[in-house]
Write a protein that binds this ligand. Structure first.
Ligand SMILES: Nc1nc2c(c(=O)[nH]1)N[C@H]1C(S)=C(S)[C@@H](COP(=O)(O)O)O[C@H]1N2
Ligand SMILES: [Mo]
Length: 399
C-alpha cells in the first residue's frame, strides 16, 4: 500500500477506505467505507465513529486533526490505543474494582475504588500522546500502527495522587520503580502490557490514578474504572484498567519495558540497527505542533488565511510558535492561546494576507522553554517514536 506523504496531498483514498493494519506484518485490509461504518456501529468502538480506524481489534483509533480544534478534546474524539483487547468491565465490575498495592511496601493493600475516591482529589490537564504518533511518516517505514498526526489529545484527568496511594502502603527504602499493570490480558503469546515509572515520577504530586476524564466517569476504552496518568510522559505510561501497583527495586524485565518504548541514545542512520545497550526508555514528550486548520489541499480566494493549531512539549512549556508560508525562508510569530496549563498543549493562530494566486506550503514550528525547537528532518529510530518534524499543510490561492 502506498504510504501517505506527510502533509502533501493526503488523499481522499484514505477517507474512503477502511484500513486495518496488522502491526509489523504489513497486512492491510481495505473495505468500502459504508461497510466499515456498519462494522463500527456494532462494535466496541461505538461512539467513536469520527475516528480513523487503524485497527478494529484491538481498537486503535486516530483522531482526524481537523477535529482536534478545542483545547480539551471531547471524550468521543479522543484517540484510543491498546495492545491487547480491552477487558470487559461493566458498571458493576467497575463498582467492585480493587487495586492491589504490593511489592516492596510495608503494608500490602487491596484498595477498593470507593477507598481511592476518599483520598484527596487531584485534577491535571494533560496532553496525552502515543510515542508512535507520526510513525507513518518515517522513511524507511517502521513496523507498528501507522499513526499519522492524530494519536494525541488533551483531557482533564481527575483521581487520587499515586503518591497518596503509595504512602498508605509505605514504600520501602529499596523501592526504585513502580510497576503498573492493567486487567487487559495478552493476546496469544504476546507479553502482558506492564509499564514502570521511576519512583521519583510516581511520587510526583501531579502523577495520579484517574477515575474521571473531562468531568465524566472514565470511558471504557480509556481504562474504566481506573488508569494512571503520568503528565508530560509518552502515552504508554498511562496504564488503563489499572488493578495492580507493585513497588520493585530495579527496572522491570518485561517486554514493554526492556524492549518496547526505547529510543537510541546515539545518532543513528535511517534504517540502521541499534545495539540494545544504546536503547534507553522513553520518558517525556518532545516539542511538537500541528496545524489543524486549514486542511491540506484547501483552496482560498486571495486575502486572509487563518492558520491554527496546537503546540506542546511534555513536561516543558511552549515558548513560541512561528509560522511560515515561503518554504521556511521567513517565519513570523503566531499568537498563543490564553488557555495554558503545565503538561497541556497551547493553541496558536496567525492570519496571513495572501494576495498572489498560487500554491503555498504553510508550516508551523514550536520552541519550548528548554530551547528545543522542532527539527526540519526526522530523528529516525527503529520503532518510529517521537516524530516531531515541523508540520506542513499545502493550500491554494485561486482567483
Ligand atoms: N492496560 C493498558 N493500558 C494502556 C495501553 C494498553 O495497551 N493496555 N496502551 C498505552 C498506550 S501505548 C497509550 S498511547 C495510551 C493511550 O491512551 P488512550 O487509549 O486513552 O488514548 O494508553 C496506554 N495504556
Ligand atoms: Mo502509545
Amino acid at each position: 500500500m502506498k504510504k501517505q506523504r506527510r502533509g502533501l496531498g493526503r488523499g481522499k483514498a484514505t477517507r474512503r477506505r477502511f484500513l486495518a493494519e496488522a502491526a509489523g506484518a504489513g497486512v492491510a485490509l481495505a473495505l468500502p467505507m459504508d461497510l466499515a461504518q456498519a462494522f463500527v456501529q456494532q462494535s466496541s468502538v461505538k461512539g467513536k465513529e469520527k475516528l480513523i480506524v487503524r485497527s478494529l481489534r484491538p481498537e486503535d483509533l486516530e483522531t482526524p486533526v481537523s477535529l482536534l480544534n478545542t483545547w480539551l478534546t471531547p471524550n468521543d474524539l479522543f484517540y484510543v490505543r491498546h495492545h491487547s483487547y480491552a477487558p470487559e468491565v461493566n458498571a458493576s465490575a467497575g463498582a467492585s474494582w480493587t487495586v492491589e498495592v504490593g511489592g516492596l511496601v510495608d503494608k500490602p493493600l487491596k484498595l477498593t475504588l470507593a477507598e481511592l475516591k476518599r483520598l484527596p482529589r487531584a485534577t491535571v490537564t494533560v496532553t496525552l500522546e502515543c510515542a508512535g504518533n507520526g510513525r507513518a511518516f518515517h522513511e524507511p517505514p517502521v513496523a507498528g500502527i501507522q499513526w499519522e498526526k492524530g494519536a494525541v489529545g488533551t483531557a482533564r484527568w481527575t483521581g487520587a495522587r499515586l503518591a497518596d496511594v503509595l504512602r498508605l502502603a509505605g514504600v520501602k527504602a529499596a523501592g526504585k520503580y513502580v510497576l503498573l499493570d492493567g486487567a487487559d490480558q495478552p493476546v496469544g503469546k504476546m507479553p502482558d502490557f506492564q509499564r514502570n515509572l521511576p519512583l521519583e515520577k510516581a511520587l510526583h504530586p501531579d502523577t495520579i490514578v484517574a477515575y474521571e476524564m473531562n468531568g465524566e466517569t472514565l470511558p471504557h476504552l480509556h481504562g474504566f474504572p481506573l488508569r494512571a496518568v503520568a503528565p508530560g510522559w509518552e502515552g504508554a505510561y498511562a496504564v488503563k484498567w489499572l488493578n495492580r501497583i507493585t513497588v520493585i527495586d530495579k527496572e522491570h524485565d518485561g517486554f514493554f519495558v526492556k524492549t518496547a518504548y526505547r529510543y537510541p541514545n546515539i545518532r543513528v542512520a535511517p534504517g540502521a540497527a541499534v545495539p540494545p545497550e544504546n536503547m534507553v526508555p522513553l520518558t517525556g514528550l518532545v516539542v511538537k505542533s500541528f496545524i489543524n486548520s486549514p486542511a491540506d489541499g484547501t483552496t482560498f480566494k486571495p486575502g486572509k488565511v487563518r492558520v491554527t493549531g496546537f503546540a506542546w512539549a511534555g513536561e516543558a512549556s511552549i515558548r513560541s510558535v512561528e509560522v511560515s508560508l515561503d518554504q521556511g525562508m521567513t517565519w513570523v510569530p503566531a499568537r498563543l492561546g490564553r488557555e495554558k496549563q503545565r503538561y497541556a498543549w497551547q493553541a496558536f493562530e496567525h492570519e496571513f494576507d495572501i494576495r498572489t494566486p498560487g500554491s503555498y506550503l504553510l508550516m508551523a514550528r514550536a520552541t519550548d522553554d528548554r530551547g528545543q525547537m522542532q527539527p526540519v528532518a526526522p530523528h529516525w529510530n527503529p520503532s518510529g517514536y517521537l516524530w516531531n518534524v515541523i508540520d506542513r499543510v499545502r493550500i491554494n490561492i485561486n482567483v
